[in-house]
Design a protein around this ligand. Structure first.
Ligand SMILES: [Zn+2]
Length: 270
């Protein structure tokens, strides 16, 4: 298995063996277990945009930070608009989101080479990408829902790492975290049409189902996007955890509707 599930005072945190083995960073993906929120946000809801009590979301976020081993006060957040704008984060951004108001917007991916700056981004089915260059010591998080995947945000984030930090594509490792799998993700003709405009061949990740309905494999689509820019097959790790299949473990927008919680990915260079 590509991951482990760690327990911190009842909070269950997913960690990825490949990233842990690098020994240069702290990271994790939250589950819905071990937080303070009540139904339908039970219990580790991290979504500040949900109708959940703000105090509970804050307590949940603080507990998650303790579990991962990063400072809550330093968290750098995104607003995530299902687009492809990327921000290079520096130490000057520490705390932007909870402690200091963000002075940027429309961001779906964060990149930093600064140590001690924890990046966080939010999910309930969309694909979390953890992108790490262990040689140049650069880390990134990218939010790839179907729209971000169509826009190839994974590849664009890697391109930024190469342009700004001189990362070499062969060094880069990507983890595709818990998200909605092929088993649970039915989409319409209109969604497939968008993929057809940006991909030459969708046959490895789009599968016709009933009339006008398709099953979509965002994990494979993201793998193709990453391979397009030259990420090595062996450096792409798919966690294979489907949020739709395990609502006892994860929040799922598709399975539970809009009134559910949000999970988060966190990464920080030590
Ligand atoms: Zn599933």
């Amino acid at each position: 298995m590509a991951y482990k599930i760690m327990d911190y005072k009842g909070l269950k945190l997913v960690t990825f063996n490949r990233l842990e083995a690098l020994g240069i960073l702290k990271h994790g993906f939250s589950t819905r277990l071990g937080g303070f929120s009540s139904k339908p946000y039970d219990s580790l809801n991290l979504g500040v945009k949900t109708e959940d009590a703000a105090t509970a979301v804050r307590l949940n976020t603080q507990k998650l930070c303790e579990a991962v081993g990063v400072n809550f006060e330093d968290l750098v957040t995104t607003d995530q608009v299902h687009a492809d704008k990327i921000r290079i984060v520096t130490s000057a951004d520490k705390g932007k989101g909870f402690i200091i108001e963000r002075d940027y917007e429309g961001i779906d991916a964060l990149i930093t080479n600064a140590s001690g700056v924890p990046l966080i981004s939010y999910y309930a089915d969309c694909v979390p990408l953890y992108i790490v260059d262990p040689v140049r010591r650069v880390v990134a998080l990218a939010h790839a829902g179907w729209k971000g995947t169509v826009m190839k945000i994974g590849k664009k984030t890697v391109a930024q790492m190469m342009a700004v930090f001189n990362s070499k594509v062969e060094d880069i490792i990507v983890v595709i975290g818990p998200s909605i799998g092929l088993c649970c993700y039915e989409v319409s003709e209109a969604v497939v049409a968008k993929f057809n405009t940006n991909f030459t061949d969708v046959s490895s990740f789009v599968f016709p189902k009933d009339e006008g309905k398709y099953m979509l494999d965002l994990w494979t689509a993201n793998r193709l996007v990453l391979e397009e820019i030259g990420i090595k097959d062996r450096n792409i790790v798919v966690s294979r955890l489907c949020t739709g299949c395990s609502t006892e473990m994860f929040f799922s927008h598709r399975m539970e509707g809009p009134n559910t919680g949000r999970m988060a990915s966190i990464i920080q260079l030590s």
